[in-house]
Design a protein around this ligand. Structure first.
Ligand SMILES: C[S@@+](CC[C@H](N)C(=O)[O-])C[C@H]1O[C@@H](n2cnc3c(N)ncnc32)[C@H](O)[C@@H]1O
Length: 286
């Protein structure tokens, strides 16, 4: 029980200091997001009313979340929310917390696919981030999104519903297994698991709290990328685009694989840190 009274400014200062000692990346932002969640307010309110007193219940809830953040829990799991492409998405431990770098894939898709009536398939949709971002920009695209994990499918459907994109067709599927063999897509996108099982990142930060089903693939992380590249040829229209997010070191190997599989116009887009992140290619019937 927290007996003392806190203003917004004092609570932020204390939360920031406590978080900084354990998780030094973005302590002030973390404290702000946790307090906004408890108060049900936006960031402007925090800046406008720094002298506003928290109730004891609000202070207790906030400092309980700060304590869990100090234990390493991702802020997005504590608030249940992460913004992607300006869309507020519900998140939970069943899948990946959407990353800003994945917006590079969305931007490439919107730039390269000009048809207003494109058919689109997203493989491994998780929260639905990519599919819903695309639908928000292209309301007439016919988008199907799949995930293998039942709870992720439920989460993506919940996000589609709450954001008003219930026309997105969200299915449980082991990659292409639930997609009829005669369906063809102008665009296939995926951010599949691509970490090797011994990748050091698995033991760091938020990643420790995310499921291996969303992160790890065999063959040094390349197995799912290669499987999707191979199978997509049976589901793309002539000239259709395949766009794959991958690890910063996997670009050259993936480009080589795509070339051997007969894809053309292969290139890799860089992420916000100037690292190779999204490889794109067009299917050409041989
Ligand atoms: C890296 S996460 C990407 C989630 C989301 N698209 C994003 O970018 O934030 C990979 C997703 O692929 C899903 N996945 C893993 N294996 C799969 C499979 N065999 N078939 C379909 N989805 C799969 C995972 O459950 C997870 O949601």
């Amino acid at each position: 029980m927290n007996e003392s009274r806190w203003t917004i400014a004092q609570a932020l200062m204390r939360g920031r200091t406590q978080i900084e000692a354990a998780v030094p990346d973005t302590p002030l932002l973390d404290a702000q997001l946790l307090l906004m969640h408890v108060l049900g307010c936006d960031r402007t309110t925090l800046f406008t009313w720094p002298e506003h007193m928290l109730t004891p219940v609000q202070a207790d809830s906030y400092f309980a979340l700060v304590a869990r953040r100090i234990d390493g829990h991702p802020v997005a799991h504590l608030t249940g929310l992460r913004e992607f492409w300006s869309l507020p998405l519900a998140v939970n431990p069943s899948t990946l917390i959407p990353r800003p770098d994945t917006e590079v894939l969305v931007a490439q898709a919107l730039e390269k696919v000009e048809r207003p009536d494109a058919t689109v398939l997203e493989l491994g949709t998780g929260t639905g981030a990519i599919a819903l971002a695309l639908q928000s920009e292209q309301p007439n695209w016919e988008i199907t999104a799949v995930d293998y994990v039942e709870d992720a499918v439920a989460l993506a459907r919940q996000n589609a519903q709450s954001l008003g994109f219930s026309q997105v067709n969200i299915l449980q599927s082991d990659w292409f297994s639930a997609i009829p063999r005669n369906h063809r897509f102008h665009l296939i996108v995926s951010n599949p698991p691509y970490l090797a099982s011994d990748d050091v990142h698995l033991k760091q930060g938020d990643v420790r709290f995310e499921p291996h089903s969303a992160l790890v693939a065999e063959d040094s992380g390349l197995a799912d990328l290669i499987h999707i590249a191979r199978e997509s040829r049976d589901f793309l229209t002539e000239g259709g685009w395949l766009m794959l997010e991958h690890g910063a070191e996997q670009g050259s190997e993936l480009r080589e694989v795509l070339q051997k599989l007969g894809y053309v116009q292969i290139y890799t887009a860089l992420d916000y840190a100037n690292l190779e992140r999204v490889t794109c290619a067009r299917f050409a019937e041989s």
